[in-house]
Design a protein around this ligand. Structure first.
Ligand code: NAP
Length: 259
């Protein structure tokens, strides 16, 4: 049983849908005060309203993680509304799929700016307030793609997801003196709204390649983030938790077939 999150203030970037919504929901259900962030206020606020309707404390905020100004406004608004920032879940990210031969420098820069620079900017803007928390926590949503595995069309994406871990490993050393921990969750294939659009056959073929034979839920990622943000995880920093149903483990297709 984890110490209660009641009263703790958490920002979830990309919290309006997908994995970020799962993370935000788990925190809201645990009593935390949640800021749901996306570039579109209607979507962020609709998600926050869902949480409020179930008794949670939540507000939507429109901000682009590639903008330092937006991130500063987000941090300031959170402190104004909730009195501080205890937890940052740097989750927002994009994953357009383009193979290297067609990939342009602009494509590369767009994905890098969002996933990698956006992680840095959200941490930088929240840092002055996280320092004031007695239990500052940063949880980054990386991926198995990049740090552990590869997939055609995602060279730029994979580089940003591995890059987030490089950032984390230095950030955790720099921020340790403030009692702030920095960790990452590495999701495998998670059932999000975007995946549902690809149809049940695609989802089933992905599930077949996973030892647990099913896709992860967005809450599976939320529970890992909640643990890393808990009081009980105070001595864990600079680490990763892979949440993938065992997906990265079979050394060949035969390894799954023989199980
Ligand atoms: P998603 O369903 O497409 O949701 C992405 C979220 O990020 C949305 O709330 C989106 O809202 C927001 N967002 C995108 N760009 C933004 C920006 N520049 N500024 C602020 N918000 C922005 O994505 P997802 O599948 O949940 O992925 C979330 C994270 O999990 C990503 O970091 C991704 O790399 C990682 N991940 C996902 C999977 C998976 O299976 N889905 C697997 C491994 C890792 P707006 O569009 O309204 O801004």
């Amino acid at each position: 049983m984890l110490t209660s999150f009641a009263g703790r203030s958490v920002i979830v970037t990309g919290g309006s849908k997908g994995i970020g919504k799962g993370i935000a929901r788990v925190f809201a259900n645990s009593g935390a005060k949640v800021v749901v962030v996306s570039r579109h206020i209607a979507e962020a606020e609709a998600t926050a309203e869902e949480f409020r309707a179930k008794g949670g404390t939540a507000m939507g905020f429109a901000a682009d993680i590639t903008s330092m100004g937006d991130m500063q406004m987000l941090a300031d608004a959170t402190v104004k509304a909730y009195g501080g920032i205890d937890i940052l879940c740097a989750n927002a990210g994009i994953f357009p799929q383009t193979k290297i031969e067609e990939l342009s420098p602009e494509d590369w820069a767009f994905v890098s700016d969002t996933n990698l620079k956006g992680t840095f900017l959200s941490v930088k803007a929240c840092l002055p307030y996280l320092k004031k928390s007695d239990q500052g926590r940063i949880v980054i949503t990386s991926s198995i793609t990049g740090p552990v595995t590869g997939f055609p069309g995602w060279s730029h994406y994979a580089a940003t997801k591995a890059g987030q871990l490089g950032f984390m490993r230095t950030a955790c050393i720099e921020l340790a003196k403030y009692g702030i921990t920095v960790n990452a969750v590495l999701p495998g294939n998670i059932a999000t709204e975007g995946l549902a659009d690809l149809g049940p056959e695609y989802a089933q073929s992905m599930a077949n390649s996973i030892p647990l034979k099913k896709l992860g839920t967005v809450e599976d990622i939320g529970y890992a983030a909640l643990f890393l943000a808990s009081k009980e995880a105070a001595y864990i920093t600079g680490q990763t938790i892979i949440v993938d149903g065992g997906q990265i483990l079979p050394e060949s297709m035969d390894a799954l077939a023989q199980a």
